[in-house]
Structures are given as structure tokens and as C-alpha cells.
Design a protein around this ligand. Structure first.
Ligand code: FNR
Length: 342
């Protein structure tokens, strides 16, 4: 295996990582109430996702695999997942269908964490047979199917024909033995997309919005002339995508991801109705900068901080968090007014 696109994605994601980057979560505030009436020891972080109980409401979201460097990253992330009981997704495993020598860089995840909850990942352009192959490869408990049109279009070697994706997803939902999670890759979603997914039988969707890793910027940096910078602000933020999902939340389990950098971001996403929260860029940054042991400590710190915030908000469960009072500001209000979201 040689240096490839997967290594470049990791390198650019880390180069562009910005702990202080603006995110719409700043425009989502909790209203403080003086009476919490909650005992911290009764606060539960458990949540339901893909027919399973997660002991933490956040997980390591899809990133990588496909090279020697990314095999090491997958191994390190899988150790963190094992030691903290977090669910973990691999990056897109479609490369294994073309190049069998890359398989071990994905299999390492299951090898390292034999009993953990693991999601495989593939693009929506693939037929059912390919989806089954990557699920088997990772012995996965669920399959993330990514939708990433802006990224493909900015990628010099990316796809240009995006027909048939919804049909492929529908076939995957019908034919696979494991649950399907359809996910964006940091461009967000809207209510129309969510309705389309619900119609084809999808039950779980990761709205993955803007505010964190930006694949228009990453792919543009891989182009010689960098002529696609006009797409670098494309898409909906994670907060806006969650607001867009409100009308679909009775029918779909929503995962929030994109720009999650703190326990407070996680709690805000859960309060806006997410069942769980995916984190990519922040985990990559921790692993590369701090290594495995410190990353485990970061996870434990987040778990503790989420429990603290839930105590402050008087919520003993994730379900109760959804009833907390939230104040929106700035363009989030305009968005809701223009789109008729109450
Ligand atoms: C990603 N992401 C991603 N998503 C996916 O579905 N398949 C993939 O192969 C990848 N690859 C990938 C590589 C790297 C290095 C990163 C950082 C991310 C996208 C990821 O799952 C997520 O949707 C976005 O990164 C937004 O979340 P963050 O990074 O802001 O937390």
C-alpha cells in the first residue's frame, strides 16, 4: 500500500482543524432555570440507535482506512472505542473492492475490538453486492451509506453521474441483514432529503452538517488550480440541519455530526432531537496530537461533562433533554421563519 487519497484526506483534515472555528451551535443557547431538581447520580447517558443501546450518546464517526497510515489510525481509534465502549464507524471501504491489499486496514477495527459496535461505510453509488461485501469484511453491526455529491464534484477524480442513488439505498435497506444509516459528509441535510429517505425505508440518518471538517476545502486543496473555492461555504450547518429534521424526528432516528468539538455541542445537538452524535475531526485531532491514552481521557471527560450539563438542565435521560428550553439567535431565527419551522 502506498501514500494515497486517504492519507491526503487525513493530512488536510488535520491541517484545517480549528478548535475555535465558528459554528452555529453558538447560536443555540439553553435558558438557565434555577431549579434543576435532579440528582447527578441518576443521570443516564444511554441512548437507542440501530436497534442497540449505546452507553454514551456520542461515537467515533466514519473516517478512514485504505493505507498503512490510516490502518494505524483505525487501530488507535478502535482501541479508544474498545476502552470507552463507544461505537465506531470506518471510513469508506469501497477501496477494498478494487484493491484487496487494503482490506487489513479495515479489518483491524474488528480485530482490535471484537465485541464493539462497528459500522462499515460505503458510498450510495454502490450496488447491494458491494454493500454486503464491506459489511462482511468488517463484521459490521450496521452500514453507513454516505451521500457526498459536493465532495465528488470538487474531487478531480470524483464521480460525475449521481443518478440512481435513492434506488440503490432502497435496495440496500431491503436486502441487507444489518441496519442502514444514510449520512452526509459535512454538507448537512434538509427536510426534503429526509422525507425522500423515509419514503425508501431508511430509519436512521446522520445529517452531518457544516461547521467542522469541510470536504469542499479538502478536495479543493488537492486540485492544482484550486478553482472550486466558491463551493467552500456550500450546505447547511449541523444546527440548521437539526432544525430541518424536526418535522421528521417522529419517523427517523437522527444522528447529528459536523463540527462537534465539546460536550456542550453534544448536549445542544441532543436537545435539538438527535438520538446520537458523531464526531470525526475532533477524534482525528486527538489521536494525532495526543495519542490513545490521552484520547481515552478526553472521552471520559466528555462523558462526565455531558452528565454535568444534563444535571444542570434537569434532564435524567436523553429523552428528557429534548424538553429543555432553547433560545435561537441570529440567522437561525431567519432560517426557521423563512422555512416555516416552529
Ligand atoms: C471523513 N468523513 C467521511 N465520511 C464518510 O461517510 N466516509 C468517509 O470515508 C469519510 N472520510 C473522512 C475522512 C476524514 C479524514 C474525515 C475527517 C472525515 C466525514 C465524516 O464522517 C463527517 O461526516 C465530517 O467529517 C463532519 O464531521 P466532523 O469532522 O466535523 O466531526
Amino acid at each position: 500500500m502506498t501514500e494515497n487519497r486517504k492519507d491526503q484526506h487525513v493530512a488536510f483534515a488535520e491541517k484545517f482543524y480549528d478548535a475555535a472555528a465558528a459554528s452555529d451551535f453558538e447560536r443555540v443557547r439553553f435558558i438557565h432555570h434555577s431549579f434543576s431538581e435532579t440528582n447527578k447520580k441518576n443521570v443516564s447517558l444511554t441512548t437507542q440507535l440501530v436497534n442497540t443501546t449505546l452507553t454514551s450518546p456520542f461515537f467515533i464517526n466514519g473516517m478512514t482506512g485504505g493505507s498503512d497510515t490510516t490502518a494505524k489510525i483505525n487501530e488507535q481509534l478502535a482501541i479508544v472505542a474498545r476502552e470507552t465502549n463507544l461505537a465506531m464507524a470506518s471510513g469508506s471501504a469501497s477501496i477494498t473492492l478494487r484493491d484487496a491489499t487494503t482490506m487489513d486496514s479495515f479489518k483491524i477495527i474488528r480485530k482490535t475490538n471484537p465485541h464493539g459496535l462497528i459500522f462499515a461505510n460505503i458510498g450510495a453509488e454502490h450496488p447491494v453486492e458491494n454493500a454486503k461485501r464491506v459489511v462482511d469484511l468488517l463484521e459490521a453491526d450496521a452500514l453507513q451509506v454516505h451521500v457526498n455529491v459536493p465532495q465528488e464534484l470538487v474531487m478531480p477524480e470524483g464521480g460525475r453521474d449521481f443518478s440512481g442513488w435513492l434506488t440503490n439505498i432502497e435496495k440496500m435497506v431491503r436486502s441487507l441483514d444489518v441496519p442502514i444509516i444514510v449520512k452526509e459528509v459535512g454538507f448537512g441535510m434538509d427536510s426534503k432529503t429526509l422525507r425522500q429517505l423515509e419514503v425508501v425505508g431508511v430509519k436512521t440518518v446522520d445529517i452531518s452538517g457544516t461547521g467542522g471538517t469541510n470536504f469542499a476545502s479538502i478536495e479543493n486543496s488537492r486540485r492544482k488550480e484550486k478553482e472550486y473555492n466558491f463551493l467552500e461555504n456550500w450546505g447547511q450547518s449541523t444546527a440548521i440541519s437539526l432544525l430541518e429534521s424536526l418535522s421528521q424526528q417522529a419517523k427517523l432516528d437522527i444522528i447529528a455530526s459536523g463540527g462537534i468539538r465539546s460536550a456542550l455541542d453534544i448536549v445542544k445537538a441532543l436537545a435539538l432531537g438527535a438520538s446520537a452524535v458523531g464526531v470525526s475531526g475532533q477524534f482525528l485531532h486527538w489521536i494525532l496530537k495526543d495519542g490513545v491514552d490521552k484520547t481515552i481521557l478526553h472521552v471520559q471527560e466528555w462523558q462526565e461533562q455531558i452528565q454535568t450539563l444534563m444535571t444542570l438542565l434537569g434532564a435524567e435521560s436523553i429523552a428528557q433533554l429534548r424538553k429543555t428550553d432553547i433560545m435561537l439567535s441570529g440567522h437561525l431565527i431567519e432560517w426557521c421563519q423563512a422555512r416555516g419551522i416552529d
